[in-house]
Design a protein around this ligand. Structure first.
Ligand code: PMP
Length: 378
């Protein structure tokens, strides 16, 4: 039996999503910018997909920009606003817990002369909102804050943050909602820009959306034929864009059912893991039930994750994007955990299609491996 607890990295596409992709790619292969009957048909289908996505997100169709995923969306939102506003405003704010597709953009902009502020948070995942309030002023063009953290599952209070931003500046709030779509409802009046990827919600890799509200101005990153209202030139990928609409529909319509399943599994695992002497659960109780992070104090997290993999159990150490690098979690480090914790953490992440039986096998296997493998944390 295969046990896949790495759903925050990606999940398998729904078969309906693949069907949409295949049907649209074959039947409506024409370029949606072509001036002929087949082109017009493709354009009609593209606009229908845009309307559907907008409806599920409760925004307007002309606020949807199809992208290749969250990395592109985050780059476009942040660099796009900064380039547009650079003559008047030079300060941008984010948190220390963001994904590299936000943090690295901030680092690059810092080199270009922007003033950057990185907000702190504590072990309970509480963001320092006083620090945010103090950093807000007329020089701030953008605040970029994730809705749910991908490693530990912290839920940041986007509603409250939006209010604070608007009361204390005229900056835009960009929300990286890659781990929130399909896990939580994000009210559409709590952000100015919002990004996510298709493949985290049962869609296809290479699909994604940036929501840009009408009142937001930004410069495009790619110049060309002016597709996606000029914000993302390049021939539209009708198959991917339509497949994303299908994935979004399925993920939204199964949200309640998946959430209650995941809560049950998360509770079970929290109880079982808390009985293991060397386990420290690092996801606070307030975290999303879709992510459960814990650390080992006597074993190397990477060695145990590899041993689990050899037993057909797939988990992550830190996030998929950085787990092959340093092997330590900067998200836990910045929260204030000791090195033994942030160097040996394991992330379990779920979609809502898991079973208690699989969770039970995971716990049994983990306990066996912790006994079999010599303690090796120094
Ligand atoms: N933001 C967050 C919070 C993520 O979890 C991820 C994926 N791990 C990304 C952005 C980037 O997504 P993608 O790799 O699909 O572009």
């Amino acid at each position: 039996m295969e046990i896949y607890f790495d759903c925050s990295a990606t999940i398998k596409p729904y078969s309906e999503v693949l069907k949409t992709f295949e049907t649209v790619s074959l039947d409506d292969f024409a370029n949606s910018a072509s001036n002929h009957g087949l082109g017009y048909k493709s354009l009609t289908i593209l606009e229908k997909a845009r309307k559907q996505v907008a409806k599920y997100l409760n925004v307007q169709p002309d606020e949807i920009i199809f992208t290749s995923g969250a990395t592109e969306g985050n780059n476009l939102a942040i660099k796009g606003v900064c380039h547009r506003e650079k003559k008047h405003k030079k300060t941008i704010i984010t948190t220390k817990a963001e994904h590299p597709s936000v943090l690295e953009v901030f680092h690059a902009l810092e080199t270009d002369g922007f003033k950057t502020v990185y907000l702190d948070y504590n072990k309970d995942g509480q963001l320092d909102l006083n620090q945010l309030k103090q950093a807000l002023n007329d020089d701030v063009s953008l605040v970029s804050i994730m809705a749910i953290n991908n490693e530990v599952g912290y839920i940041f209070p986007i509603d409250k943050i939006y209010k604070l931003v608007k009361e204390n500046s005229d900056a835009y709030l960009h929300v990286d909602a890659t781990q929130a779509i399909g896990k939580e409802i994000l009210p559409s009046d709590s952000y100015d820009l919002m990004t996510f990827s298709g493949h985290k919600i049962g869609g296809l890799k290479g699909s994604g959306v940036l929501v840009k509200k009408r009142k937001v101005y930004l410069d495009p990153l790619i110049d060309g034929g002016g597709q996606e209202s000029g914000y993302r030139s390049g021939t539209s990928s009708l198959g991917l864009d339509c497949s994303l609409a299908t994935a979004l529909r399925i993920t939204m319509s199964t949200l309640d059912e998946r959430t209650s399943k995941v809560k049950e599994i998360n509770n079970y695992l929290r109880n079982e893991l808390s009985l293991i002497k060397e386990v420290v659960i690092t996801s606070p109780k307030s975290a999303t039930p879709f992510i459960l992070n814990f650390a080992l104090t006597e074993h190397k997290g990477s060695i145990i994750a590899e041993a689990l993999s050899n037993n057909n159990i797939y988990v992550s150490t830190t996030s998929a994007c950085s787990s092959r690098q340093a092997g330590e979690s900067y998200v836990l480090k910045e929260a204030g955990f000791d090195p033994v914790i942030y160097k040996n953490s394991i992330r379990l992440s779920f979609s809502g299609f898991e079973t208690i039986e699989k969770a039970r096998i995971f716990v049994e296997t983990l306990k066996r491996l912790l006994k079999e493998i010599k303690p090796n944390v120094n």
